[in-house]
Each structure stands twice: as C-alpha cells, then as structure tokens.
Design a protein around this ligand. Structure first.
Ligand code: ME8
Length: 509
C-alpha cells in the first residue's frame, strides 16, 4: 500500500521582509517532508501566501497600486527565498487563486445553507495589523496581545459562524485524539484560556474591508480572513469536489505545522469548520516556538531584522538549515544569533562532519588509489561503530516520529563523532606502514566510508546539498533507506576526489 503524508506550513502574509523566523516553520516542514519521502511516503507538502485583508490593501494604497498588483510583485520574494533555502514544496497556494476564491465561496454558501453561518452585528476591538478581534480581557495594557499595537473599536453588520456550538464536540475530540494538539503544554493553554471560558461565535465577514473574497449571497461583505485562510488546506486539493483526485488521496492532512501564536486558529476554529462541513479532521496540529533575538520576536520594526539571504550568502544554505534545525528544541522558543550559527557550523559541520569526510576520502585515495575494498574481515573493535551506524536509522525514526529534528541530528552527529574516534583508535596511518596489515587497513577504511554513507543518507532531509555532495564523493549509487540496516551497502566503487564540504568561518574582531 502506498503511504501518504500531507504536511502544510501556514500560508504567509506576502512580505518583502521575510526574516529568519519565517524560514523556521518552512525549514522544519521541509525536513519532515524530505524525511517522509526518503522513507517511501507519497508526500504532498504545501505552502503558500495569505493575500487578502486590510493590511495588504493599506500597503497597496500607499504604493499607489491595486492590491493584486502589489501581491503579485512581492509574492516572488517568498518563492525566491524558499528556492534559496531548498524548500521542496509540492504546491504553492495563493488565496487569490481563482480555484481557491470559488471554493471559499462554495464553503461559505454550504455553511450558510446548513445554518452554521448567520447574519448579525459585530462590536469588537480590532487590531488591523494582526487582523484579529480581541475581547477586552484578552488585551494586554489595553493593546493587542500579539503585537502590542493599538486596537480600534468597530461595530458592523457581519456574518457569524456558530463556533460556540462546538465547545463540547472539540473537547470530546481532543480527548479521543490526545496527539491532535502538540506540544501538550500548548494544548493545555488552549483548553484553559480559550475553550473553558466559553467559545463565542466567530465573525466571518467584514464590510469595512474591501480586499477579500465576496460573500456569495451578499457581496457587500467580504469573507473574513480566517475562513479564507484556513480553508487553503482543502481548496488546494480540489474541495468542495470531494471526488477530486488530490482530495481523495491526501485529505485529511497528517500535519499542520504552525507557529504558537496561530495554534488556536488551527486547533479550535479549523476543526470546528471541518466538523460543520462534515469532513474528516487533520491528524495533528503542532505549534512550534519562535526564533527570538535577545528574548524578543524578530521583526523589522524592532530593528533586529536581517534578510535570511545574507546568512545564506555568507555561510551557505546548509549551515543556515542545520543551525535552525539543530539549535532549537522543537516546540520551545530558541535564540537566533549569528555568533551561535558560526560556532555550530565550525564545531559540527566543519570539524565533525567536513574533516571526517575529507580525511577519510583522502586516505582512501592515498592508500588504495580511491578504490573501495570490502574484505568483510571485521574485528571486535569495529563493532561499536558498526552497530551504532546500523542502529541509527531506528533512532532517527523514533525522534522524527516526535518531530524532534534537533535530537535526530544529535543522533547522527554522535555516529560521526564515533567515526572520528574510530580513526584515532585504529590509526590507519600506522597500519599503512605495515605490509602485513593491508587487509586490516582496507577494513578500517571501509568501515568509516560505510558509516559516512549511512550518515549522509540520513542527513538528506536536513542538509540535502551536503548529503548529495558526500554521496557524490563516495561515488555510490546505493542511496536507499533500506540499505542502512546492514553494514555493506557501499559498493566496491572508485571514489571521486575529496572536496572540502565546509570552510571554517573565521571570526573577525
Ligand atoms: O500568521 N519565529 O502568517 P505570518 C518562528 N497568514 N516562527 C515565526 C516567527 C519567528 N520569529 N515569525 C513568524 C500568518 N513566524 C497567517 C497564517 S494559516 C491558515 C494563516 C511564523 O506570515 C508564524 O508563527 O504572520 C507563522 O507560523 C508563520 O511564520 C507565518 O506567519
């Protein structure tokens, strides 16, 4: 049977100023998607842009262009950045896509016809930049709890989704599906802060905003942003046509990966909408932490923003990917700093990985003209390395099942450390001087090369460019995940020449 895996990132607000924090969700999602592909899953990895709302209209007006012209231009920024980061998405959805617009209108109509949406009037405190309504108790010092900016009191005729009816159903659903919201701390926070105090019906249309999808039976209203945004996860698959091929194949989603501040929309509103539509719910919503700088969220207005492409240009894409995936325990907040990135790159990628690959391949060239020889004559001292390498796949799998990319990488780098120690213990340069030890030398070199091959294959989801460069140097065709459980996957090929994988980053004063 074909195993499928549908993973999504949030759809991003189009921006010319994406920062490393925005890259965080996408890099993690990419690593998970690649990991599943490596393991034979049929993956559908979706990202995209969330292009409607007052904020976009305001920016377009400032620039003197239409909102569509504005988003068309800056959308390329996201696509370019994802390309430079090696993001292997299968589908990029834009909420201005005609298919999405029509589908959202059909969903609105369906919910209205079923009595799940009704017309009323809304009075509330609205944060324009965050496009969120807040109750007075949710405000912090009278300001928006997410961004700290001023909120405005707004009253208007509006359509509402009967979210209040879903309180008990949601609680029951969470009980029956204990892994639906992860991490658990996030789930408890949602239940205590949002569900238990009582859910209110959700405003799903606006008349004050013009840039949005018109309500089908009342076009003076546009569909309010969360109904438009969240439904991207099904409209891309062809919904409301439930017989559509992609919908049939991939829905329900296996994982919605989102930042912690939008977990509540994904774990409360989204399941309620799906319940109202009578369609299956996603299997999991994971709310990850933020990348912070000096304890604060990264933002252009705080002046701690840097274009991620500058880091890629300076240190290489895999150093950036590796840092983000390795440094932050998944779920928690993590600090981003260029100094820490340099330290990590030098310690792990230059010393542990790069030097190992380089010196091993150089030795193989020096001693055997680059010919790989597998004498199958192991000794007791080899067992620790061999067993660590053949156990690695299972260990990485267990970590990735819990979305712990940082710990999966730790496991891989532990084996690389063992390779380095094995070289020190077996001293190939001394074996090379003794004519009677040639078979032993072949075995030692083979063991290191095969351990490197195993690590390189498992590194593919995280640092794909480096993984491929290592496999190229090994000149191996055997890149399959199934070849990792025995220790003889590397063919007796002729290695390509050794190349430096990572240059040490010198830190100037
Ligand atoms: O929220 N660290 O879009 P968005 C980690 N359009 N993650 C960060 C971050 C940081 N410093 N800054 C932003 C939206 N993010 C909506 C989503 S989905 C149906 C609609 C993450 O562009 C943030 O947590 O503001 C979120 O997951 C993603 O970037 C997109 O944020």
């Amino acid at each position: 049977m074909n195993k499928k895996y549908y993973i999504t990132t949030p759809i991003y607000y189009p921006s010319a100023n994406f920062h490393i924090g925005h890259c965080y969700t996408t890099i993690i999602a990419d690593a998970l998607a690649r990991y599943k592909r490596l393991n034979g899953y049929d993956v559908f990895f979706q990202t995209g842009t969330d292009e409607h709302g007052a904020k976009i209209a305001q920016k377009a007006e400032e620039k003197g262009v239409s909102p569509k012209e504005y988003v068309d231009e800056i959308i390329e920024n996201a696509k370019d950045l994802w390309k430079q980061l090696g993001i292997s998405y299968d589908y990029f959805i834009r909420t201005t896509d005609e298919q999405h617009v029509k589908a959202v209108q059909a969903i609105f109509q369906k919910l209205y016809d079923k009595g799940e949406i009704y017309k009323g009037s809304y009075k509330g405190l609205y944060c324009i930049p965050c496009e969120s309504f807040w109750t007075p108790t949710q405000l912090v010092d009278g300001k928006c709890p997410d961004c700290g900016r001023e909120v405005k009191e707004v009253t208007e005729e509006a359509y509402f989704f009967k979210l209040s009816q879903y309180q008990d159903k949601l609680i029951k659903f969470y009980e029956e599906n204990p892994d639906f919201i992860l991490p658990l701390s996030r789930k408890n926070e949602l239940i205590n802060n949002f569900i238990k105090p009582g859910l209110e019906d959700l405003c799903v249309s606006r008349t004050s905003v013009k840039w949005g999808i018109p309500v089908p039976m009342d076009p003076d209203h546009v569909i309010y942003v969360w109904l438009d945004a969240l439904t991207n996860y099904i409209t891309s698959l062809g919904y409301p046509d439930e017989s559509a091929e992609l919908y049939q194949k991939y829905w329900p989603a296996d994982l919605h990966l989102v930042g912690k501040e939008i977990t509540r929309f994904h774990a409360i509103i989204w399941p309620a909408i799906l319940m109202a539509l009578d369609i299956p719910l996603p299997k999991q919503v994971f709310g990850h932490g933020w990348l912070v700088i000096d304890g604060g969220k990264i933002s252009k207005s705080l002046g701690n923003y840097k274009d991620p492409r500058e880091y890629i240009d300076s240190y290489g894409v895999d150093a950036v990917r590796y840092f983000v995936l390795r440094e932050v325990p998944f779920g928690a907040d993590g600090t981003f700093s260029e100094d820490a990135l340099i330290t990590r790159t030098n310690a792990d990628l230059v010393n542990n990985l790069g030097n190992l690959v380089n010196r091993t391949i150089t030795m193989a060239h020096k001693y055997f003209d680059g010919q790989v020889i597998n004498p199958k004559a192991t000794e007791e001292i080899d067992n620790d390395l061999r067993n660590s390498a053949t156990d690695l796949r299972k260990k990485v799998d267990a970590k990735m099942a819990e979305l712990k990319a940082n710990e999966a990488l730790e496991e891989i780098f532990e084996v690389l450390r063992k390779c380095n120690k094995y070289i020190d213990d077996t001293t190939p340069w001394l074996l090379a001087k003794d004519e009677t030890k040639q078979v032993r030398l072949q075995t030692v070199i083979y063991n290191i090369l095969e351990a490197i091959r195993i690590c390189a294959i498992l590194l593919d989801p995280f640092i794909p460019t480096t993984s491929q460069r290592i496999l190229d140097q090994l000149n191996t065709q055997n890149k399959s995940i199934d070849s990792l459980d025995t220790f003889d996957g590397l063919e007796e090929v002729t290695l390509n020449k050794a190349e430096i994988l990572f240059q040490r980053i010198e830190v100037s004063e």
